[in-house]
Ligand binder design. Structure first.
Ligand SMILES: [Zn+2]
Length: 268
């Protein structure tokens, strides 16, 4: 059986509270040997570290998701440094910029609030990049409707920190800009969606060695589980779709994506 990793899972979410041990067992049974559990705020990051402590093959990424920027303290750098000392912390994040649901799109929201929200996100993103440069940890980057600002903010750090632009669904030209910054992309179950030919075109254009695989579970379950809770075992379905698009064997895809992940994540 070809071995794969799930490089982006939210196993600390309540969705997995009742059956996490089984979820992890199913993943290992499906050949998903390593799982990277990604924090979305400090509490979630601490839960991810606790899970990494408990389960072999599980690793933690610690950080604060841009969508939750409003609730974040002004400066999380000391907390990140502290968490980063744990040997199973493999990267920082997820961090970045998300302009998808700005305050002004909600009733009573103003463009002033938009500006404050964006500034808070940018401040947090910068803190992850600074601590990443300091500690040698790479960053898991989330961007939505904010590609140019995210790239512009990341660019000055590109020599010191690598980023993985996770849940990548942009075009080949954008993928090339990211690879030129010594960074990576990763692909989710979207690769299996009927209406996602654009993502498959990008996968076809991305060289082996330039990308990793992830579920982003509990979200984005691949076909034939689309719409259900996603879990790390389903990397198998994603890998099958990606291997087909790449015209390579599962073993070749396994070797390339696992080596890429090991080069990116500390201690994996
Ligand atoms: Zn995520």
């Amino acid at each position: 059986m070809a071995i794969f990793y799930d490089t982006h899972a939210h196993l600390d979410f309540p969705d997995f509270e009742s059956d996490l041990a089984l979820v992890i067992e199913r993943a290992h049974g499906a050949g998903i040997a390593k799982i990277v559990c990604v924090g979305t705020d400090l509490e979630s990051s601490r839960r991810a570290v606790a899970l990494a402590d408990r389960y072999p093959g599980l690793y933690a990424v610690v950080g604060w998701h841009p969508s939750h920027a409003t609730e974040a303290p002004a400066d999380i750098r000391d907390a990140l440094r502290e968490l980063a000392r744990h040997p199973k912390v493999a990267a920082l994040g997820e961090t970045g910029l998300d302009y998808h649901r700005l305050p002004s799109t909600r009733a009573g929201g103003t463009t002033d609030e938009d500006a404050r929200y964006k500034a808070k996100q940018a401040g947090l993103f910068l803190q992850h990049l600074e601590v990443g440069a300091e500690t040698g940890l790479n960053c898991v980057i989330h961007q939505r409707d904010s590609l140019n600002d995210t790239l512009a903010q990341f660019q000055p750090f590109a020599g010191r920190v690598r980023g993985v632009f996770h849940c990548f669904a942009d075009d080949p030209a954008t993928m090339r800009r990211i690879l030129e910054l010594n960074s990576l992309v990763s692909f989710t179950g979207i690769a299996t969606f009927k209406n996602a030919q654009g993502v498959r075109d990008t996968i076809a254009a991305t060289p082996l060695g330039g990308f990793m695989l992830e579920t982003d579970c509990p979200y984005l379950a691949p076909v034939p589980y689309r719409g259900k809770r996603c879990e790390p075992a389903y990397v198998s379905e994603i890998a099958a779709a990606v291997a087909q698009v790449k015209g390579c064997t599962l073993d070749e895809l396994s070797a390339a994506t696992c080596a890429t992940a090991q080069g990116f994540f500390r201690g994996l």
